[in-house]
Each structure stands twice: as structure tokens, then as C-alpha cells.
Design a protein around this ligand. Structure first.
Ligand code: AHR
Length: 316
């Protein structure tokens, strides 16, 4: 073959490669997000953060609402793999049972980012990283605040989150360990309200029926349940925040308002606005950069001393 023909072939090959690269660079990132559901105001704010930040960055987000079921989330992940997304983000509803589908994603060479809730796995290489809050620390902060507030004495009922979920498991464990140092603090009952307002209300109605006035503290694993419990107290003629002290987690605007109004006594922050951090991390992973395996938000505690001051700047 003549030198000119060889050169022409090489140039044609180079042009084709450059076109492919340009097309790849212009193509929007395709990301699948398997959300747990829409159980709480926190979850709504979290979904909104993921959706609005994707729209702002021109990301093609495939959003799936798991409607509170792990099998729906697993199905969504499989469909993301089939669609050939660039990355998969999961907010795992429960901690266990993820390894098989994560192995499928790994085989397809699609990085998986866990957000909000962590998982239990025997192989940490099955996910690229975790971005969330330290649920154990939140439960510990709630317990320490309470012990100080009531001088280590009181009778507690607990409203648990979704059974098997990381926030329910860790907030429960940390709180129990935190109050164990105070023999005068006792949990007399503990039931799941599934992180839902209606669940918190129903369980509180049952607690009031069963225990009457024989408790003076409610520890709720999230604000939606705390607000539901406060409604149940209203209906039973009890004053939330006064007759019964309420300690909660999330620090959603409605709960911070309730703290300022004296209906809830304390809420530990759990920031749901993960969109920007998740997408920054996806971009780094796809560019081959190393990212921290686990990163946590720094959350603060809100009570009567700072609620009113924080309200005007509350983003969620
Ligand atoms: O996983 C985070 C928890 O889930 C939030 O505390 C709760 O409100 C949500 O439903």
C-alpha cells in the first residue's frame, strides 16, 4: 500500500475516534437512583434534592420509587443494569440482602454509590462508596441530651423506624447504650411506626391506651413519627412537649417549628440534601479518581435554645 493511502487510513481512523470521544463527552450522564419510597417528609426532601440537582446538571436521572419494598429496589437496579446506566445510586431500605444484585452490577462494571442508608455485606468491594449520616451518632446525641434534660430519670416509649433499616437499627442501639449509664431512665415499650406520620400516630394511640400516663418521654426515630405522636397526644388531651417530652431525629422544618413552639423538645439533625455530593462523587468515580469509602454529614442538635434562630435559614 502507498504511503499516502496508509496516511489517509490513519487519518480516517483518528477522525472516527475523535468523533466517538466527542459524542461520549456530549452525552448526558445516565444515572439510576433506587429510592426507598416516600415514607416521610425527610424522604420527599431527599428525592427532591436528587431530582433537582440532576436537572440542574443535565443528568439523565432514572428515578425509581421502591414504595417501601426491597424487592422493588432490586428490580429497579436490574433494570438500570439492562439500560446500561453510567452509575447506580441506591438508598437501601434495609441493611441485608443486597449482595447478589450488587454482584450483577459489578459484573456489568457499573459503579454503585450507596446513599443515606448503609448495608451489611461480606464484600465491601461490591459498592464504590457510601455517602450519608452517622445514625449511631444521632442516637447517641439524642440520649445524651435527654439524660441531661431530665437529670437521668424518666420512663420512655420508643417509636422505631422501618424494621431492619440502618437508621432504625443504629438509632435504637445508640440510644439504648446512651441511657444505659442512667439507671433512672427506662424504655418500657418500643414499636415500629415505619418512619411514617400515620404510623407514629397509631403506635402512640396504642401506647397511651396500654400504658396510660405511666410514661413521660417519647423517643422517635424520626420527625414524621414524632409529629404523628404529638397529634395522638392532642387527641388524648395530653400536652406534647409538656406532659410528655419528645426527642426526635431529622430536624425537618416542621419539627424545628414544633421545637420553637414547645411541642417537640429536641430534634437531632439528619440532612437529606445529598444530591450535589452524590453527583460530584459519581463524576469523580467515573473519571477514575479515588473517593473516600464512607463519608458522613456533620449534624447538629436543635432544642429550645436554638430552634427559633435556625428557622429562617432552614433549607428543608
Ligand atoms: O434514612 C433516613 C431516615 O429515613 C430519616 O430519618 C427518615 O425520616 C427517613 O424516612
Amino acid at each position: 500500500m502507498k504511503t499516502t493511502s496508509v496516511l489517509r487510513l490513519l487519518l480516517a481512523g483518528l477522525a472516527a475516534t475523535l468523533t466517538t470521544l466527542a459524542t461520549a463527552a456530549d452525552k448526558p450522564l445516565k444515572i439510576g437512583f433506587a429510592q426507598t419510597g416516600a415514607e416521610s417528609d425527610w424522604r420527599t426532601a431527599n428525592s427532591e434534592s436528587m431530582k433537582s440537582e440532576a436537572a440542574r446538571r443535565g443528568i439523565d436521572l432514572k428515578f425509581s420509587d421502591g414504595q417501601g419494598k426491597q424487592e422493588n429496589q432490586i428490580r429497579a437496579v436490574r433494570s438500570f443494569i439492562t439500560q446500561g446506566v453510567d452509575a447506580i445510586v441506591i438508598a437501601p431500605i434495609v441493611e441485608t440482602g443486597w449482595d447478589p444484585v450488587l454482584r450483577e452490577a459489578k459484573r456489568a462494571k457499573i459503579p454503585v454509590i450507596l446513599t443515606d442508608r448503609s448495608i451489611q455485606t461480606s464484600d465491601e468491594s461490591l459498592f464504590a462508596c457510601f455517602i450519608g449520616s452517622d445514625f449511631y451518632e444521632e442516637g447517641r446525641m439524642a440520649a445524651d441530651w435527654l439524660a441531661k434534660k431530665v437529670d437521668g430519670k424518666g420512663t420512655i416509649v420508643e417509636l422505631q423506624g422501618t424494621p431492619g433499616s440502618a437508621p432504625a437499627n443504629e438509632r435504637r442501639k445508640a440510644f439504648a447504650e446512651g441511657i444505659a449509664k442512667y439507671p433512672g431512665l427506662k424504655i418500657i415499650d418500643s414499636q415500629s411506626g415505619n418512619f411514617e406520620l400515620s404510623g407514629g400516630k397509631q403506635v402512640m394511640e396504642a401506647f397511651i391506651k396500654k400504658h396510660g400516663r405511666n410514661f413521660n418521654i417519647v423517643y422517635a426515630h424520626n420527625d414524621s413519627m414524632a409529629l404523628g405522636a404529638a397529634q395522638a397526644m392532642d387527641e388524648a388531651g395530653l400536652k406534647p412537649g409538656k406532659d410528655i417530652l419528645i426527642v426526635s431525629i431529622d430536624a425537618m422544618r416542621a419539627a424545628v417549628q414544633a421545637v420553637a413552639a414547645g411541642r417537640i423538645n429536641c430534634t437531632v439533625e439528619c440532612n437529606p440534601l445529598f444530591g450535589p455530593k452524590v453527583y460530584d462523587t459519581v463524576v469523580k468515580i467515573l473519571a477514575g479518581e479515588t473517593v473516600p469509602k464512607k463519608s458522613y454529614n456533620k449534624d447538629e442538635l436543635i432544642d429550645e435554645t436554638n430552634a427559633a434562630k435556625l428557622l429562617p435559614t432552614r433549607q428543608y
